[in-house]
Design a protein around this ligand. Structure first.
Ligand code: DCP
Length: 635
């Protein structure tokens, strides 16, 4: 359910940029002969010419729509060029579209906070850029205004007559406009420049909406397509919303929108004005009620998030009609392929962006034969994500088995799977420096470590908690052509799934590792060591280690027994000697390496180094940090 966010006090300038018929443009760039021709991109399956997923504006003039099959499109537009989506592992391969989207994001993100909302759309917070422009080079002093800015559609401005461009120019230059409109005018110019740059550098056209909040910017970007931009001054907001069908509003396309229509007779956003905030809260709860009350007035406090990368990764495959999967073996085979792709993508994300996904979720659509219990849904299941293709495949299959068990509820009956989708979510960044320092722990590079030692590499406690997980699931599912949004029921499912995994893999399973990862202790470098689970262990380990290096040096220097040396310390020394990875003086520790560590760990290491240096100076002996990089001793 949508939730109202507090309104910022200052006016903002927000843009929503949406690529035009995106997959078609990507294919036209690959094959420029297609430019200007009616073109559509089709799903690879051959049933009735495949399903259209993107349609060029030339083809739309003939009535070609995304919902059509290729054969149908040919009937209404015989010259249409149908391009197959690239295929890998028996399913659509969207990599070329994803990286084309990233090219665009790289350009758009140069002017302000940028949120990648899906494979081909972006929100920008241009408030600061617009303010700077207004104070330094307001529109009226600019030598030239970009053509694209003059072609803007400004809502509420007479756009019918021949003087449209002149009117827009006047609107952009108005000296007596209020501050909010002046900022919007600057925003319009900034966006026009960005769109020109996108076209020059990527050959893609895009459309944009420029307004004071995300909701209005999103509505506006779709109003004049392709390759145009629409500006929403505050004075035009109520007009825009009064006749807007509720279903057109983001977050009202589903059940909530239906309820508004059926239960309250609200068909347009304007109709919402007939209800008090209290009434809306009574019907939909405090948060959603307030959100509805606010959107009816065109206000929305939702922030543009600083996020250039997707919030989740997902890949799916549908098996319509006779293609439904009916055996566990066939499900396993497809799941293996989907997991292989997912594993590659999260590994790439880890290597390139130092981001870690924490949750693996399986969504499935299924039916029981003879229509038995047809209302019962195949439950979605999640579990903590372990890196490495084989582990992901194993876990996905366990999720499937468990969900199938719930779905069948002891009925001995045939079933069919009509779609499978696997996603990796709850993605967070590894604090900078963690990857590089981890190299030293095992003498391996970060990517190979991450595949094999995910439980050690990715403790949850060192990762930033992810923001608002649910958004962005759409991006992953939509772009992968999976019917069911990846975010559905995820929260509810998490607990039960964990139990499933615990049962399925009790000793070294996900549940066990998750327990270890869920420690709520402050960051500690010892978390990287197997066996360093409790604060008492940690304390003892540090005490011992400090003793260890002294003891060891003393032993090495043959200066008699040291104080505080016990059996455990001796064993640890032995282990350290057996695993001699590092061995050098405290003074040799490069401070820049420590600077790379998370702050909490920096403090801990500096504390240790400080006392080690002190003791070293006292004893005038070399020191070793080898103990830190050898397996923690077993007491
Ligand atoms: N897409 C898809 N399956 C869908 C919807 C979209 O695979 N059901 C893909 C193809 C689109 C891309 O996502 O090119 C972006 O989707 P949009 O909804 O933004 O539509 P387009 O960019 O194709 O056209 P428009 O110019 O109307 O935005």
């Amino acid at each position: 359910m949508p939730v109202a966010r507090p309104e910022p006090q200052e006016p903002r300038v927000i843009a929503h940029v949406d690529m035009d018929c995106f997959y078609v443009q990507v294919e036209q760039r690959k094959n420029p002969e297609l430019r200007g021709l009616p073109t559509a991109v089709v799903q690879y399956n051959n049933w009735k010419g495949g399903g259209l997923i993107a349609v060029s504006y030339e083809a739309r003039k003939f009535g070609v729509k995304r919902s059509m099959r290729g054969d149908e499109a040919k009937k209404v537009c015989p010259d249409i060029q149908l391009v197959q989506v690239p295929v890998a592992r028996g399913k659509a391969d969207l990599n070329s579209y994803r990286s084309a989207g990233s090219e665009v994001v790289a350009i758009l993100s140069t002017k302000g906070r940028c949120e990648r909302a899906s494979i081909d759309e972006v929100y920008l917070d241009l408030t600061d850029a617009a303010k700077s422009m207004l104070s330094e080079t307001p529109p009226e002093v600019l030598e030239s205004i970009p053509e694209e800015a003059l072609k803007s559609k400004v809502l509420g401005l007479n756009s019918e007559d021949d003087d449209r461009e002149k009117n827009v120019r006047e609107w952009l230059f108005r000296r007596h406009a209020d501050y909010q409109d002046k900022l919007l005018a600057c925003g319009a110019i900034i966006v026009a420049r960005l769109r020109v740059k996108v076209l020059e550098e990527t050959k893609f056209t895009c459309s944009a909406g420029i307004a004071h909040n995300k909701m209005l910017a999103k509505l506006a970007s779709a109003m004049h397509k392709p390759a145009q931009q629409t500006v929403v001054p505050s004075s035009s907001v109520m007009d825009l919303l009064s006749s807007l069908p509720v279903k057109k509003m983001k977050q009202l396309g589903g059940k909530l929108g239906c309820s508004l229509q059926i239960d309250l007779g609200v068909n347009t956003i304007g109709d919402l004005l007939n209800f008090s905030e209290a009434k809306l809260q009574e019907c939909y709860g405090i948060n959603t009620g307030t959100w509805l009350w606010k959107i009816a007035r065109g206000t929305s406090g939702e922030e543009v998030e600083d996020r250039l990368l997707p919030k989740s990764h997902g890949c799916g495959k549908t098996f319509p009609g006779p293609k439904a999967l009916k055996t566990t073996a066939s499900v396993r085979s497809w799941l293996n392929q989907l997991c292989e792709e997912l594993s590659e993508r999260i590994q790439f994300d880890l290597d390139q962006n130092k981001r870690v996904a924490h949750t693996l979720t399986l969504h499935t659509n299924a039916y029981k034969e003879n229509g038995v219990d047809s209302q019962r849904k195949f439950p979605s299941k999640s579990c903590p994500l372990r890196y490495g293709t084989a582990k992901i495949q194993d876990d996905a299959m366990k999720l499937f088995d468990s969900a199938l068990h719930d779905f069948l509820s002891s009925q001995n009956i045939r079933w069919g799977i009509t779609s499978l989708s696997i996603s990796a979510s709850k993605i967070s960044e590894i604090p900078s420096g963690t990857c590089s320092i981890l190299k030293f722990f095992r003498g391996e590079n970060s990517s190979s470590m991450s595949s094999d030692n995910s439980d050690v590499l990715i403790p949850e406690s060192i990762s930033k908690s992810p923001k608002n997980e649910n958004e962005g699931c759409m991006a992953a599912t939509q772009s992968d052509n999976v019917d069911q949004p990846a975010c559905q029921e995820k929260e509810n499912e998490n607990h039960s799934n964990q139990t499933v995994q615990d049962k399925a893999n009790p000793a070294q399973g996900i549940g066990a590792s998750q327990k270890k990862l869920k420690e709520k202790e402050p960051y500690s470098i010892l978390k990287f060591f197997p066996g360093s689970e409790s604060s008492s262990t940690r304390k003892r380990a540090f005490g011992d280690l400090n003793q260890d290096h002294l003891e060891r040096n003393q032993t090495e220097q043959q200066e008699g027994p040291s104080e505080g040396c016990d059996d455990a310390t001796a064993r640890s020394n032995q282990t350290a000697q057996q695993h001699e990875i590092w061995n050098f003086n405290v003074e040799d520790v490069d401070p820049s390496v420590i600077d790379e560590l998370p702050l909490e760990i920096q403090r801990e290491v500096r504390g240790w180094l400080h006392s080690a240096t002190k003791r070293t100076n006292m004893t005038k002996r070399g020191s070793s940090i080898a103990h830190y990089f050898s397996p923690v001793k077993k007491t």
